[in-house]
Write a protein that binds this ligand. Structure first.
Ligand code: NAD
Length: 506
């Protein structure tokens, strides 16, 4: 961590990264970064000033002049080095992440690893950023395309994957020849900053990667900045919708990956033990704070009798600090998130859902101040109940009933979100029917969290996404580049070309 202790507060401060230097912000506005298992203040993060945002963008704009012309091989080799550095520092990265975010150490390594996969993918840039060529589109005329970088791009990231999501963004933006300004989550920016230090160590030149911290004002400054060409946002639907509209209005290319309510259909023919394991892992892992968490299981027919088994499975999970061995469910990220999830559970009871397992106020010896909520299961949940209509973002699984696969598909397609969905069945016909008719961008068949690996793109849909192109994979190459089409003719002195007043190429 490039954070130093300031005499005034005795607490480490998180730096800005501008022009290749980690610098102390001149702001007067700071926020504590708090360990959610203990409430210990780990560091302070600045809310950058407008001048600091402008300086970061200016440094990225200047660096773009040379970076855009850096040979592909040189760009790729930086990311080869970067992937090695991330691997070598995996344990340290996971420890920082767990301290500020709360998830278990093995899951924190998973967070870093899923980002590392994108870095590995970036090293393939030589095969990814290729144009097309058509020979002889007219006499002696060829047409080809170039995929050219856009300029300064920006990324705005959420708290729940402070390693993976920044790594979805800046490696692919930079390897395609752009320069970048990153605005990490103000709740847990420390692991992101360590990843940025390693990126510089890998050889990313000064000004190519910049970081500003903050909240609403900094995000708005990024949306409005005339020198930023594209923004990648990941976070809640409310903020993402705002960012999409505001930044589009100022002429930027924008992609926003947003909130979710992911349903899993459980068919009565599913392999019971594997399905229960998958549902418990996908609903309660990371304390439910994943945009692809299963938050609703739709039990079809006889599968409705599995509620006690599911509750028994949920009870096997251990709640505790992410640093402790054998823990499955860590704390929620903040006291505000803790209050919110508890009040939604209360609301579920008031709305008439059956509280089959109440995870509130678990006993966690040694961590009495932590933001813990244990696995919670509601049965008989229906649309119209707040716990169904809102994203809870906690370890709360809602169970809904359906009499047939048709009814289950109808329920999912009527939900406004479209991030992920899954079916558990042993029937190929049911699985095929599901993948064909379900209107959700990422589908799992006996896979509860179908987040694609980076040779594919993250393809959330409908209410979970704004913008046409997703992060990583082939789509992101299109997102971070402008297609330029060149039509060329080299005159041959021996060939006479008469004057042509028509639109036809001759
Ligand atoms: P958030 O929307 O509160 O914050 C995201 C970013 O926006 C942060 O950097 C934050 O500083 C900034 N921000 C917050 N309030 C703002 C405001 N009023 N104006 C402008 N900017 C603001 O999201 P979060 O709580 O950090 O993350 C959880 C959410 O992210 C969940 O809804 C989750 O589903 C979603 N998410 C989606 C995906 C996906 O790929 N679809 C992945 C991860 C998380």
């Amino acid at each position: 961590m490039d954070a130093t202790t300031t005499p005034a507060t005795q607490v480490a401060t998180v730096k800005l990264l501008i022009g290749g230097q980690f610098v102390e912000s001149k702001t007067t506005e700071w926020r504590d970064i708090v360990n959610p298992a203990t409430q210990e203040v780990l560091a302070k993060v600045p809310f950058a000033t407008q001048a600091e945002v402008d300086a970061a963008v200016a440094s990225a704009k200047e660096a773009f002049k040379t970076w855009r012309k850096t040979p592909i091989g040189a760009r790729a080799r930086i990311f080869l080095k970067y992937q090695q550095l991330i691997r070598e520092n995996m344990a340290e990265l996971a420890a920082i992440l767990t301290a500020e975010q709360g998830k278990t150490l093995p899951d924190a390594e998973g967070d870093v690893f899923r980002g590392l996969e994108v870095v590995e993918h970036a090293t393939n840039i030589g095969n990814l950023q290729l144009g097309e060529l058509a020979n002889n589109v007219a006499n002696g005329v060829d047409t080809y395309t170039l995929l050219q970088p856009l300029g300064v791009c920006a990324g705005i990231t959420p708290f729940n994957f402070p390693a993976m999501i920044p790594l979805w963004m800046f490696p692919m933006a930079i390897v395609t020849g752009n320069t970048f300004v990153l605005k990490p989550s103000e709740q847990d920016p420390m692991v992101t900053m360590r990843l940025c230090e390693l990126a510089l160590e890998a050889g990313i030149p000064a000004g190519v990667l910049n970081v500003v911290h903050g909240g609403e004002a900094v995000v708005n400054a990024i949306c409005d900045h005339k020198d930023i060409k594209a923004i990648s946002f990941v976070g809640s639907t409310k903020v993402g919708t705002h960012v999409y509209h505001r930044a589009s209005q100022s002429g930027k290319r924008v992609q926003c990956m947003m909130g979710a309510k992911n349903h899993a259909i459980v068919m009565p023919d599913a392999n019971k033990e594997q399905t229960l394991n998958a549902l418990a892992g996908a609903s309660f892992g990371a304390a439910g704070q994943r945009c692809m968490a299963v938050s609703v299981a739709v039990l079809v027919g006889e599968a409705q009798k599995w509620v006690p088994d599911l509750v028994a499975k949920a009870k096997t999970l251990k709640v505790g600090a992410g640093t402790e061995k054998g823990v499955d469910v860590g704390p929620l990220v903040s006291c505000a998130a803790y209050e919110r999830v508890n009040s939604l559970i209360e609301r579920g009871v008031a709305d008439g859902a059956t509280l089959a397992l109440d995870g509130r106020k678990p006993t966690v010896p040694g961590y009495e101040k932590g933001n813990f909520v244990g696995p919670t299961v509601f049965a008989d949940v229906k649309p119209g109940m707040t716990i169904y209509d809102q994203e809870i973002f906690g370890p709360v699984l809602c169970l809904a009933n359906a009499e047939s696969i048709d009814e289950a598909i109808e329920l999912i397609n009527a939900n406004p979100n479209g991030n992920g969905t899954a079916i558990f069945t042993q029937s190929g016909a049911a699985a095929r029917r599901f993948q064909e008719d379900i209107d959700v961008g990422q589908v799992g068949i006996n896979v509860p969290i179908p987040v694609p690996v980076p040779m594919f793109s993250f393809t959330g849909s409908r209410g979970s996404k704004l913008g046409d192109l997703g992060p990583y994979g082939k789509q992101v190459i299109m997102f971070y580049t402008q297609t330029k089409t060149v039509t060329e003719r080299w005159f041959d002195d021996d060939t006479a070309h008469g004057l042509n007043t028509t639109i036809s190429l001759r």
